[in-house]
Ligand binder design. Structure first.
Ligand code: NAD
Ligand code: UDP
Ligand code: UDP
Length: 313
């Protein structure tokens, strides 16, 4: 395999740190760029002394000049709590970040992968979601800064591809979980695990009948790396686990595995919360020979182990 010089924006975050680790272990040079909004140094501390690893503190809404041949653009808060904290900053990160990273890719002729999202489908009226479904997104709601930001980023990727021949890959990531999510991240898997381990009430938003499909981080990273390597796969490509669960089922599984005494409590459903979500991964199977291998129970056990240790510290 050819040794590459790889930039990972958002590299100190949950997914980014796993990707840094994977690419370092394969012998590549990795530049991790992050402004530490939701990412932390602890996620990549074990890589800091590595001679093929570099850390750059930078915000992707500002231009960046580096010489690389592969770019994974992951910089953007992903949890609703974090992306709604400063909605204007979130959309700037997606849009201005995409412009700068595409400008960089164009100048140095790097291949660039965009971490897009199942949120481009909004509250989907087609189920499961295939890549040719255009989505059902509210342009003016509290989730729009993220959803529309990611949609514009996809548009920019395709326009830079058509106009400037930039070598793009667009990956639509469905809910992913695993070690290195922050305990205060606000997303459902980490919330429920931390609540269960602390014996606190488990907060179900709405009646808990909405569904999500949860992918374990190792499977996701494998899909991401395969998409980057695929020669003629610009995408968009769904990467996620088609196993679909209600949020109540997720809570029950977490309680069962942790043996917690926590009770389920109901909280108001935030507006525009998608009712259901499940990826159709036919394209990823055919193009990348990829499919997830880790079942929800198995992934939860590993994630719960991580949080048990983390909470003790
Ligand atoms: P995360 O919040 O852990 O990671 C995001 C990283 O980006 C953090 O390290 C953060 O500090 C950094 N960042 C944010 N704004 C930045 C900016 N302006 N400049 C530089 N760095 C910035 O989230 P994650 O789950 O690791 O998500 C990574 C990417 O994958 C995001 O783009 C997200 O939208 C996408 N994604 C994730 C999921 C998922 O379920 N985890 C699903 C769909 C899409
Ligand atoms: N850019 C960057 N790094 C580079 C090249 C470009 O950050 O190595 C930024 C540049 O500042 C510009 C954006 O990317 O704002 C888009 O670049 P492009 O060349 O497409 O646009 P132009 O410079 O013509 O506006
Ligand atoms: N959710 C919940 N309790 C929580 C956090 C989230 O019931 O403590 C619900 C949320 O309303 C949504 C689902 O779990 O229906 C997934 O939420 P998350 O924030 O993880 O991701 P997204 O909504 O972006 O898929």
């Amino acid at each position: 395999m050819q040794r590459r010089r790889i930039l990972i924006t958002g590299g100190a975050g949950f997914l980014g740190s796993h990707l840094c680790e994977r690419l370092i272990s394969e012998g590549h040079d990795v530049i991790c760029l992050d402004n530490f909004f939701t990412g932390v140094k602890d996620n990549i501390r074990h890589l800091l002394d590595h001679n093929r690893f570099e850390l750059v503190r930078h915000d992707v809404t500002f231009p960046v000049y580096l010489e690389v041949d592969r770019i994974y653009n992951l910089a953007c808060p992903a949890s609703p709590v974090h992306y709604q904290y400063n909605a204007v900053k979130t959309i700037k990160t997606s849009v201005m970040g995409a412009i700068n990273i595409l400008g960089l890719a164009k100048r140095v002729r790097a291949r660039v992968l965009q971490a897009s999202t199942s949120e481009v489908y909004g509250d989907p009226s087609v189920h499961p979601q295939r890549e040719d479904y255009w989505g059902n997104v509210n342009p003016v709601g509290i989730r729009s800064c993220y959803d529309e930001g990611k949609r514009v980023a996809e548009t920019l990727f395709f326009d830079y591809h058509r106009m400037n021949g930039v070598d793009i890959r667009v990956m639509r990531i469905f809910n992913t979980y695993g070690p290195r999510m922050r305990p205060d991240d606000g997303r459902v898997v980490s919330n429920f695990i931390v609540q269960a381990l602390r014996g606190e009430d488990i907060t179900l938003f709405g009646d808990g009948s909405q569904t999500r499909s949860f992918c374990y981080v190792d499977d996701l990273i494998e899909g991401m790396v395969r998409l980057m390597r695929c020669e003629d796969c610009i995408g968009p490509v769904n990467i996620g686990n088609p196993g679909e669960f209600t949020i109540r089922e997720l809570a029950e599984k977490v309680i069962e595995i942790t043996g917690s005494t926590s009770k389920l409590v109901y909280r108001p459903l935030p507006s525009d919360d998608p009712r259901q979500r499940q990826p159709d991964i036919t394209l990823a199977r055919e193009m990348l020979g990829w499919e997830p291998g880790v079942k929800l129970e198995e992934g939860l056990v590993k994630t719960i182990e991580y949080f048990r240790e983390f909470i003790k510290q």
